[in-house]
Write a protein that binds this ligand. Structure first.
Ligand code: MG
Length: 161
């Protein structure tokens, strides 16, 4: 059985391999929270992202979603799942359902943040959403939004007011 520490290291490696840094996710946290917390710093956002990335539910969601993205890129899924994941078919919804396992880790405010990030698609989410030939981030864009949403929820719930 893989240890939580190994699973965590693997999760960080997967994100790095897919071109997502902790700083990228922290920028999304900042984007959702700066209007409510004017003194919020990027360091606090980074620390909050690391807290979210400590959780086993998050490791499990990321290794599952990124695996499906990578298999779709290599044309290795069976049909009809290959076409659905490869083309990010709108009515699929399982990418979002997987992301929901992360969103509410620090309370329901994460859900609001997630919806906002999904609508506006700032920063790295926009980059991941771009349909570059040969790349598939059907699961990853939602997972990254969910990590940021949970990290933002964590900050919001720790706010004294
Ligand atoms: Mg998606």
């Amino acid at each position: 059985m893989i240890s939580t520490e190994d699973l965590k290291a693997h999760t960080y490696q997967l994100l790095a391999n897919r071109g997502v840094t902790v700083e990228d996710i922290a920028e999304l946290v900042m984007f959702t929270q700066s209007q409510y917390s004017p003194n919020l710093t990027i360091e606090v956002c980074i620390a909050s992202v690391h807290s979210v990335l400590n959780k086993r539910e998050v490791h499990n969601a990321i290794i599952t979603g990124v695996e499906l993205d990578m298999l779709a890129e290599r044309n290795q899924l069976s049909q009809p799942l290959q076409d659905i994941v490869q083309h990010d078919t709108g009515l699929f919804g399982i990418d979002e359902i997987l992301a929901f396992s992360i969103v509410n880790l620090y309370g329901s405010i994460g859900f609001t943040n997630y919806g906002y990030l999904d609508k506006v698609k700032p920063g790295i989410i926009k980059t991941l959403d771009n349909k570059t030939e040969g790349r598939c981030n059907t699961f990853l864009d939602d997972l990254v939004g969910a990590i940021a949403a949970a990290a933002a929820g964590r900050i919001a719930h720790n706010r004294p007011d």
